[in-house]
Design a protein around this ligand. Structure first.
Ligand SMILES: NC(=O)c1ccc[n+]([C@@H]2O[C@H](COP(=O)([O-])OP(=O)(O)OC[C@H]3O[C@@H](n4cnc5c(N)ncnc54)[C@H](O)[C@@H]3O)[C@@H](O)[C@H]2O)c1
Length: 337
């Protein structure tokens, strides 16, 4: 019989309700034991509907759980994840892995020493719509893809961003924090990247790093990739778009929250569509998946149960920040950010 996983949640801010909702839908596969946040009201708001305890210090709960979900500001990913491995827990860590490659290496080593699962939450590749998008391209039905474009478009102007506004706590700008959601999926779909360059600018969000970034990449397959991401959109149009130009058709995936993304994302409805257009438009998938982290969490528990390595494990997540930090260094050197 499968074990019921006892889960602790560290960090009870914007992202936490998505994880709580997904965990609650898993029935007896997992039970939230506690939720921790130094801001007591946040811990209580997340823990109470799930029937769990709220803590202001996560250290007090580590001995009671076998899995921990870490959802805290980026500069805390490294110390908190190390604490969890020291306590013998499996860790599902929100993206990105850390703010430096050196920290990522220590976290990977700690997971290996502890013999515990370590997964970083790049949820998009696990979703049915992205799996379908990749399958459609891999099937060859629309010919070879030669251009892959990823776009994220959201509006963060006017929100109090706190730690997100500071480079030291975020790790960079939008390209460090949000664009990896595009890059992870683009590497999943397109394979190894041979070269990548970024440029960044400011569109009026009150933050130290760039609020708008674009990057181009060349895949070993010959395909080129373009990723554009802004938090400074005058109005959020379509939150997440993937577009592949194939020899015989454009294949486009769009995911849009039907409400305010920053304020209401876990309460509002979402639509996801995949459309192929090779002269006649064909809707290939329409669903309400949105920012559902359930497939990611199921993958995590499957890996914990089987001992298999998660697809977005520490090594994959380290590869992403290594690419990103190198692209920042190149951009700083030629004044492009
Ligand atoms: N996967 C996604 O689509 C997605 C979207 C948004 C955010 N995120 C990620 O989720 C993580 C959290 O982001 P957020 O938007 O929820 O931020 P947030 O600021 O809304 O929440 C972070 C919470 O962590 C708490 N915290 C700070 N120090 C703590 C500590 N020592 N112990 C416990 N809690 C502590 C804060 O009090 C706050 O409530 C980040 O890694 C972020 O990149 C992921």
């Amino acid at each position: 019989m499968r074990e019921v996983h006892r889960v602790g949640l560290i960090g009870c801010g914007w992202m936490a309700p998505f994880h709580v909702a997904a965990l609650q839908s898993l029935g007896d596969r997992a039970r939230i034991v506690w939720a921790a946040d130094p801001v007591r009201e946040r811990a209580e708001a997340v823990a109470l509907p799930a029937g769990a305890r709220s803590l202001t210090d996560y250290h007090k709960g580590l001995g009671e759980v076998d899995c921990v979900f870490v959802m805290v500001p980026h500069h805390l990913h490294h110390p908190i994840t190390l604490d969890c491995f020291r306590a013998g827990c499996h860790v599902l860590l929100e993206k990105p892995i850390a703010t430096s490659v050196e920290q990522a290496d220590e976290m990977i080593a700690a997971a290996e020493r502890a013999g515990k699962a370590f997964m970083v939450g790049y949820q998009h590749r696990y979703k049915n719509c992205v799996q379908q998008f990749k399958k459609i391209l891999d099937s060859g039905r629309y010919g070879k893809p030669f251009l892959l474009e990823g776009v994220m478009d959201s509006s963060m102007k006017g929100y109090a961003l706190g730690w997100i506004a500071r480079k030291e706590t975020l790790g960079g700008g939008v390209f460090f924090s949000s664009s990896p959601h595009l890059l992870d999926v683009m590497l999943f779909v397109g394979g190894e990247v041979q070269s990548l360059r970024m440029v960044g600018t400011r569109g009026g969000v009150a933050m130290e790093g760039e609020d708008t970034a674009a990057c181009v990449m060349k895949f070993r397959s010959g395909m080129i990739g373009v990723a554009r991401d802004t938090w400074a959109s005058p109005r959020c149009r379509t939150w997440y778009t993937l577009h592949a130009a194939c020899e015989k058709a454009h294949v486009t995936l769009t995911t849009t929250p039907l409400g305010d993304l920053a304020r209401d994302a876990h309460r509002c409805a979402w639509v996801t569509r995949i459309v192929a257009d090779g002269g006649t438009e064909e809707v290939l998938l329409e669903s309400g998946e949105g920012l559902d982290v359930l497939p990611e969490i199921q993958h995590f528990f499957n890996c914990v149960d089987s001992g298999c390595r998660p697809q977005t494990d520490g090594h994959m997540a380290r590869k992403l920040i290594a690419l990103i930090l190198q692209a920042y260094r190149d951009a700083e050197a030629d004044g492009a950010n």
